[in-house]
Write a protein that binds this ligand. Sequence first.
Ligand SMILES: [Zn+2]
Length: 221
Amino acid sequence: MNLEGFRVCLEAGHGYHDTMEYDPGAVAHGFEEHKLNVAQVEHVAKLLEAQGCAVTKVICRSSNGLALSKRGLQAAGHDLFLSFHHNAANGKAQGTEVLMHLMGTLSDAGFAASLSKRIANHLGYFDRGMKKQSLGVLRQVPKEVKAAVLVESYFMDNTALAGTDLEALSLKAADAAAEGIADYLVKNCKPRKQIIVEPKKVDIGPSEPKKVELPKMPWKK
Ligand SMILES: [Zn+2]
C-alpha cells in the first residue's frame, strides 16, 4: 500500500520512566514484556516505513525515560498513536484485546475493535475485542490524532506457551497490526501532501561561491 503522507506514532510500553526507574512490564517464561513491546514497535515501523509512512518510535531507554503523559504527547502531529503491550493474568487466559481511553472517541473504538479482530484472527486466538480503561499513556494524546489505542496482542504468561515462542508470536501479531494500521490510514485519514517550494528565479543566488582571484605569488607583490 502507498502510505506516503501518513504519520504514525508507535510507543513501546514500559521501559524507562522520567524517574529513570526501569519498568520491565510483565515478566513471564523468563522474558520481559518491555523487550517484546520494543520488538513489535521496531517491526511495525519497518513494515510501515517500507510503504512510505512516516513513523515516530517512542522507545524509552535509560537515556530518554519519559512519564506516561509525556509519551502520549509525542503523538502530536500524527494520524494514529499505538501503545504496544502484552497481557498477563493467571497463566490460563489467552486472547487479543485492544484498549482505548474511557473518554475516547468513536474513531478510537472503531480502530480498537478492528485491530483486535485482525490480530486475534492472525494468531488464531479468541478476540476479546475493544475495552475501555483509564490509561495514562492515552490520556494526553492530542485530540487531532484520529485514533489512539493500546494493543495487548496476547497473554505472554499463558502456560501453553514457552519462552522460545514469545518473540515469533509477537512479530506475527505485529504483522497483523501493521496491516490493520495501513488499512485504517487509507480508509479513514487524509495523506498530507508534501509541499515542495521552488525558489523564485530572482531568489536564486550563485550556485557556487564566487571565486576570488588571489595573487599567485603575493610575496612578490
Ligand atoms: Zn504492559
